[in-house]
Design a protein around this ligand. Structure first.
Ligand SMILES: [Zn+2]
Length: 148
């Protein structure tokens, strides 16, 4: 599919059209690095995802992270994501060990957002409450949970 598009453009080296071939030179889950080679030996390549920089892990890819986030948002596990990707004729996501690394980063980010959100809610509740609240971490706010 992409090769069809690439072969609509002129080769910058010899100005010919339709002489490119493609080769997947790297694949990590949903990430592909594809090299296009012309019969004149000109080569160019592209990658379908950017790399994420995370200090605690080996290089990770945005597209693989988004697949993990999508699975979480949809409430499915890697196995179901693999099935969906398979139905779309797309190869599986990253290996289970790497999926778990993505999952851990996602979970940690979710926890950070949750804690920040709860902290903001507590501050807001303390401001609007007629009762006194301790301003040190707001630990004495009454909470009513109705099960919804
Ligand atoms: Zn060429």
């Amino acid at each position: 599919m992409i090769l069809n598009l690439v072969n609509k453009f002129r080769c910058p080296s010899y100005n010919s059209v339709g002489k490119m071939s493609q080769k997947v030179t790297q694949r990590r889950g949903l990430l592909y690095h594809i090299t296009f080679s012309c019969t004149c030996s000109f080569e160019t390549s592209f990658t379908n995802s950017i790399q994420l920089v995370h200090s605690a892990t080996a290089p990770m890819d945005e597209l693989n992270m988004m697949a993990c986030v999508a699975a979480n948002v949809a409430g499915i596990k890697r196995t179901s994501m693999t099935t969906i990707l398979g139905m779309l004729n797309i190869l599986p996501p990253v290996q289970i060990e790497n999926w778990q690394k993505y999952q851990k980063i996602y979970s940690n980010a979710l926890d950070a957002v949750k804690d920040e959100s709860l902290g903001g809610a507590a501050e807001e509740a303390a401001e609007q409450s007629s009762e006194t609240a301790d301003r040190e971490g707001v630990t004495n706010i009454k909470v009513l949970i109705d099960g919804t």
